[in-house]
Design a protein around this ligand. Sequence first.
Ligand code: SAH
Ligand code: SF4
Ligand code: F3S
Length: 448
Amino acid sequence: MKNNKVYIETYGCQMNLADTELVRGILINHGYELTEKTDDADVVLLNTCSIREKAEERIYGRLGNFKNIKNSNSNLVVGILGCMAERLRKDLMEEKKIVDLIVGPDEYRRLPELIDVAFNGGKGIGVQLSKTETYDDLIPYREDGLQAWISVMRGCDKFCTFCVVPFTRGRERSRSLKSIIKEIEQLSSRGFREVTLLGQNVNSYSDNENDFADLLAACAEVDPLVRVRFTTSHPQDLSEKLLQTISDHHNICNYIHLPVQSGSNRILKAMHRTYTIEHYLNLIEKARQIIPKVSFSTDIIAGFPTETYEDHLMTLDILRKIRYDGAYMFKYSPREGTKAYKMKDDVSEKIKVKRLQEIIDLQQQISFEKNQEQIGTNEIILIEGYSKKSNEYLAGRTDGNKVVIIPADNGIKTGNYVKVKINRATSGTLFGDFVDFYDVKSDFALIA
Ligand code: SAH
Ligand code: SF4
Ligand code: F3S
């Protein structure tokens, strides 16, 4: 087959990373080959993100680069996949003449056919959203490794007023428990040691027989050596059953990403987040009772329309109260088509920047203090490979999702579970010493 080399670049969230693997699987099945270099490529695909304006600007910038490549290779097919394909299909086709292919998240099965259209000089467009497409029967293409993303549901029905996801990804729908389990069995036999179950709102998972807690339990039971993580949980429907399931399984990580967005009830209401701060705090308390070692992370938006200085103080206050292990913090970015877009973006850029910086500084201080508290304790980490900085050190991750750096000796290998003692910490990283190899199969007990 000629014209068969595909290059893909991925932006945005983990669901996009997982979708890129799906797209690779589909294209390889149709005789395509992957390439790591744009120079070799016959088809260049950008799997795009629309979540904030900056994300889209970056991708427009990248399209500018491809324009140059296309000038010297007019046969090159340039395609936009993912969330921008849904949001900006008209703009992209009309204004950016270099785009030959626009395919949204629910039309990836048609990619080979649409690429052919583009090769024949047409425009390949597939931007229908589906109420049922889950790609349940397709196997994503994954390189060998330790960690895999698995999309267990698609879409979002929450319609937070600031967010484009319900428009770019369509309605919620879930894969079958059976096919997810089969996928984990295959990953386990290939030597994978960690899977992360993905959905914009995983707590809403339902395959009509099983809810998300059932799914998590079934995933954890596939192989005690395979850790199970999940993201993202919405505070409205994080059930007690789910907390209990996490607590009951040693290999479901004690880590919950639970975006709060704001500390002010008035702002939460304007965001249509459907919970109050009191409900949220109760949830955290309940989780800490049921899972004593649980870690939390969150997402925060600074400068949502009408946010006052008092609202901002409430957000800082909630960070102090909860003491998250980590946070993803953003300035509000108006997105066309969302409800909040109709509100006046009345917090000035200068104030947004200032508030965001205060939030970041406070969280960094808290992360630092929390990491200091871990000095002297033991942790079990899964070794992921050499540390970024040096081959004399290995990096692993705790159950609570923290990176630990240890000396590379004692015959420790990637994929080993080891018990380490923490001896030093910064706000982002823990450092430790090897204590012992950890036999997950014979010792399910948590260690202090
Ligand atoms: N489904 C997840 C989040 C998806 S988007 C959830 O409900 O938590 C990831 C994060 O991006 C959001 O939690 C929010 O904090 C941020 N975000 C989304 N839209 C945004 C916008 N318009 N401006 C700034 N931040 C935004
Ligand atoms: Fe966006 Fe809200 Fe859905 Fe998360 S829950 S994806 S923030 S609409
Ligand atoms: Fe971005 Fe779409 Fe994910 S907007 S964050 S790639 S769901």
